[in-house]
Unconditional design. Sequence first.
Length: 405
Amino acid sequence: MSVRANIQTLAGWPELYSYVKSQLSDPDGGLTAFNTEEFAVFPGFCDVHVHLREPGFSYKETVATGSYAGAHGGYTDLCAMPNLDPVPDSLTNLAYEQEIIRRDSVVHVHPYGAVTVGQQGETLAELESLAPAVVAFSDDGHGIAREEIMRRAMEVVAGTGKILADHCEDLSLTNGGVIQEGVFAREHGLRGISKESEWKAVARDLQLARETGCRFHVCHVSCKESVEQIRAAKAEGVDVTCETAPHYLLLDTEDLQDDGAFKMNPPLRTKEDRRALLEGLKDGTIDMIATDHAPHSAEEKSKGLRDSAFGITGLETAFSVLYTRLVEEKILTLPQLIDRMAIRPRERFGLSLGKSFTIWNLRAERTIDPESFFSLGHCTPFAGWKVHGRCCLTVCDGRIMYRHA
C-alpha cells in the first residue's frame, strides 16, 4: 500500500520517516485509517515551558492530566517548571517529582531544577548534583533580583553544560501591576506593568551570559525591546536562545477584556510589540514557541484582571490557533511552525525524538471549547475561536498515547 498521508515533515528523521511509513501501510498496525490525503504527520511537539503543578498543587493540575493534555495537543515532550512543593532544589526534593512522573506521565516529562533554594533568590540550589537529573535550571515565576546570585548561578551552570532559563522580571519596576500599562489599565483603574520590568532584566542577564559563557535561555519574551537585545546578543555570539508563547503572537492590549483569561505574566503587550515578536519569530531571533501552560482552578481565575491568578492553559490550543492565524494567513510557513514547535526546542535542550509523532487533520474545523480539555485548567483567551486543525493521534516512542474518538 502506498502512503498518501503527508509525511514529508519527517524527512529530516530517516528512521522515523521509515517507521511511520511502515505503520501507515501495515494493515495490522492500526494506523491505515490515517493513510489518506487529509492527514498530515508531524514530529511530536516539544514544549520547554509548562507547569504541571505536581507535587504540591494538584488541585490545579497533575502530571497525569497535564501530560494527557499535552498528548491531546500533539506534544510528546514537556519540560516541567520547578515552582512546586517541595521545590526541586535538591536531589531529595526532586525525587518526589520524579516518582510521580514515572508513575503517571503519558508523554515524556523532563523536570527543571530550581536555580535557588526554594526559588527565593538567595542561596544557590544543589546545581551540580542536580545537573545530570534535570533538563535545565530555572526559577520561573520568580525573577532573580540579586545580580551576584545570578552571576554565580551562571558560573556554576556553565560548568555543568546545562541551560539556565530565566524568568526575566525586575519586580522593582512592576509596580504591583496586573496588565500592561496603558489606556486599558487607566480606564479600568488597574495598575500597569511597564515593559522595562522585562527588558532591563533581559539586558542584565545577557551581559552576565557574555561574561560567564553560560548557555542562557530567555523565557516568555513579550516585548519589542527584548527581541532587539536578544537579536544583537546573538549577532555578538552570546550563547542565548529564547521563546515566546502563542498568546503574545496572536493577542495584544487591544484584545483585553476584564476577565482572568487575559491575565498572564508577562502581560499582553502592545500591537507594536506583537509585530516585533512575529518578525523575531520569522527571522530566527525567537527560536521556539512554548505555551507557558499555567493552569489554575476555576475560582482562582474567576476574579477579573485585578484579582485573578496569573496564567492560562495552552497545550491543547497552541497548534490550532497558530496554524489558523499564522500559517493560513501566510505569516509563517507550515515548516517554520513545525520547526519552532518541534525541532528547535529539541536541538537546544538536547531532547531526542525517537519514534514520536502526531497526526493532524488540517482540514477539520472546530471551535475551541475549554470543556473538551483534558487539563484541569480551562482558562484560555482563545475560548470560542474557530480554528482549523484537529489532533487525531499522538504516538510517544511507538505507543499510542492519544487517539481522537
